[in-house]
Ligand binder design. Structure first.
Ligand code: GLN
Length: 310
């Protein structure tokens, strides 16, 4: 696969647009292993539905994908369970922070959407039906290795441990949901899988490649694999657009105009339907926990290309 000149020019231009801002924002410090990451890094990678690729900056450096993993577990669950998932989970924006607990009480343990932490814990619980935590972690890794055709993708054991040691909020969320009987498995097992899925390390190149099926109606155009039905892919994009950036999802839609999913490691996967899959990474976060320079880069990208869905 060779980099196209136009696409290479585009990522170089976007990189130049944000170069003076790299290092802005605050790295996530509530997970000690993430607090150590150098904020002065930025990567961008694009892969089009024709299979053309281009990348710039630190696009080959692996980072913790964190909540971006929630897109892939949602895909796996929807393919397995279909619409029945929505009996246990909402699909409305929360208007709250990613780790908020307040709505759970009012809404009786049914999380607003699959991309806030509470919702992702339910998704993970559904994935676990009939499987041990170890098997589920392997299945999630297997999914990403297959999407990228790269068997080297793994989780970062230090990040997983660090989250387990300090994940008091996630433990509270899981216990709370379980109290409402919306978790079928032991809290410790669900958290074990959840912390490992968040600790998966990928590069921008790998992440863009992994998300390509979402840009092409569920069919990976490079290897021809049907990863999800067209309907499922369309719906995941809808939830990414409305809920992928927590209480800043509206702002991201306003500024960027693409379905996107962020993680506190500073990564964002954005989908330009029928065009391309894009991954950006820069560890400094804004107040809502989304990559500050990553969002800026995507804003520049859609301004330059007109790829906004609106
Ligand atoms: N592992 C992180 C947490 O549970 C994921 C949050 C995120 O990336 N927004 O707090």
């Amino acid at each position: 696969m060779s980099d196209s000149n136009d696409l290479a020019g585009l990522v170089a231009a976007v990189h130049a647009d944000v170069a003076g801002r790299i290092g802005e924002g605050r790295v996530a410090d509530y997970i000690p292993a993430l607090a150590k990451v150098d904020p002065k890094q930025f990567g961008i990678a694009i892969i089009t539905c024709e299979g053309e690729t281009a990348a710039a900056g630190d696009a080959g450096t692996a980072f913790s994908i964190q909540s971006v993993s929630k897109v892939f577990t949602l895909t796996m669950v929807l393919e397995r369970l279909g619409e029945k998932l929505w009996e246990r989970l909402g699909r409305e924006p929360s208007g709250s922070a990613f780790n908020s607990i307040v709505q759970l009480e009012q809404e009786r343990g049914v999380p607003r959407n699959p991309f806030i932490n509470a919702g992702a814990l339910v998704t993970t619980d559904v994935l676990m039906a009939g499987r041990s935590p170890r098997i589920v972690i392997d299945e999630i890794l297997g999914f990403l290795r297959e999407r990228t055709d790269d068997g080297s993708i793994a989780f970062d054991a230090e990040v997983a441990r660090s989250e387990a040691e300090t994940g008091f909020r996630n433990r509270s969320l899981a216990n709370f949901i379980r109290a409402f009987r919306n978790l079928a498995h032991p809290v410790d097992d669900v958290l074990d899988v959840y912390f490992h899925q968040c600790a998966i390390a990928m590069t921008c190149r790998q992440l863009a490649r992994a998300g390509l099926y979402l840009a092409n109606a569920g069919l990976d155009p490079v290897d021809g694999d049907r990863v999800a039905s067209g309907e499922t892919a369309r719906r995941i994009n809808a939830v990414m657009l409305t809920c992928g950036h927590y209480d800043a999802s509206g702002d991201f839609a306003y500024r960027v105009g693409l379905p996107g999913k962020s993680g506190v490691g500073g990564g964002i996967l954005a989908i330009a339907p029928r065009r391309a899959s894009i991954a950006v990474w820069s560890p400094g976060l804004n107040a809502a926990g989304n990559s500050l320079v990553g969002s800026l880069a995507l804003e520049r990208l859609t301004a330059r290309t007109g790829w906004s869905v609106f």
